[in-house]
Design a protein around this ligand. Structure first.
Ligand SMILES: O=c1ccn([C@@H]2O[C@H](COP(=O)(O)O)[C@@H](O)[C@H]2O)c(=O)[nH]1
Length: 276
């Protein structure tokens, strides 16, 4: 999905919600265990219940890879089921020397090899240019680079001063020389809303993938106040807050209700900014 298609989806759905499919087999309702692939069945029902309210789905690879072959089957089935008008993001946080990154890229972008071709992948920047460019070789695919992450651990490295800049500023500056805002997004935690004004100095046009509202306590209002651009420029993710809103038979309706609350707040923010 191109940047202009993504912006079109945001305007037509009045939403910039990304729903995280962090589907933990131990947390899904017990009655789903009767299905051959309970994790896929869960995801399918979540997608059916929410696809008009969000513009993106983001399975987190850890929850699938931890289940071995069965988990990969659930992931492939889920990728296949994500509607084509939603940006599919695999939250894999990969990155390694070039030939290894080549193979990570095949795993998530090359359907003939792996059975999956996500629109976007999260990548860790620590190993630099040769670890990131293999993902950029795939036309039309997005790289979403970790910049300023949502949890306390972000303090360990990301704020370290390197000359005039912090490490996270350098990541954004340097990566923006490798690809443009048509292909490159950054992860910035919603819990870091005070940094959004600064981040926009370095990433004025890039979309930001923003995890951390809901379960991690970030403020959607602040993210929009300091991070929204004329094109919206935000994909705000919520995983647990939506998918585990109930663990009863009504889980999909409960997920829809939570997604609707966020979509309505997003619509108000888009209207306030004059985007819709
Ligand atoms: O800085 C980061 C980068 C990635 N994540 C991921 O986003 C979701 C958040 O889930 P919630 O349940 O809404 O807290 C999850 O997949 C994380 O691995 C992040 O939280 N922070």
């Amino acid at each position: 999905m191109s940047r202009s298609e993504l912006i079109g989806q945001i305007k037509s759905k009045k939403s910039f919600l990304c729903i995280g499919l962090d589907t933990d087999i131990d947390k899904i309702p017990a009655f789903l265990k009767q299905y051959p692939d309970p994790v896929f069945e869960f995801n399918k029902r979540i997608i059916d219940a929410t696809q008009d309210l969000c513009v993106s789905y983001k399975p987190n690879a850890a929850f699938y890879e931890s289940r071995g072959v069965k988990g990969l089957q659930s992931l492939i089935a889920t990728w296949n089921y994500i509607p084509k008008n939603c940006l599919s993001i695999i939250d894999a946080k990969r990155g390694d020397i070039g030939n290894t990154s080549d193979n990570y890229a095949k795993a998530f972008f090359n359907e003939d090899m792996s059975g999956m071709s996500f629109d976007a992948i999260t990548v860790a920047p620590y190993m630099g240019n040769d670890s990131v460019t293999p993902f950029l070789k795939y036309d039309g695919k997005w790289v979403i680079l970790l910049a300023l992450t949502s949890s306390v651990g972000s303090k360990d490295f990301q704020y370290l001063q390197i000359g005039e800049h912090t490490l996270y500023e350098r990541v954004i500056q340097t990566a923006n020389t490798w690809a443009d805002a048509e292909r490159l997004m950054f992860v910035v935690g919603a819990t870091k809303s005070t940094e959004f004004t600064n981040i926009r100095k370095y990433a004025p046009n890039n979309f930001l993938l923003v995890p951390g509202v809901g379960a991690q306590g970030g403020s959607l209002e602040d993210v929009c106040k300091y991070g929204m651009t004329k094109d919206c420029g935000l994909l705000v993710n919520s995983s647990r807050g939506i998918i585990y809103a109930s663990n009863g038979e009504d889980f999909a309706e409960a997920a829809r209700a939570e997604a609707l609350k966020l979509q309505q707040q997003m619509q108000a923010e888009l209207e306030k900014a004059g985007i819709i």
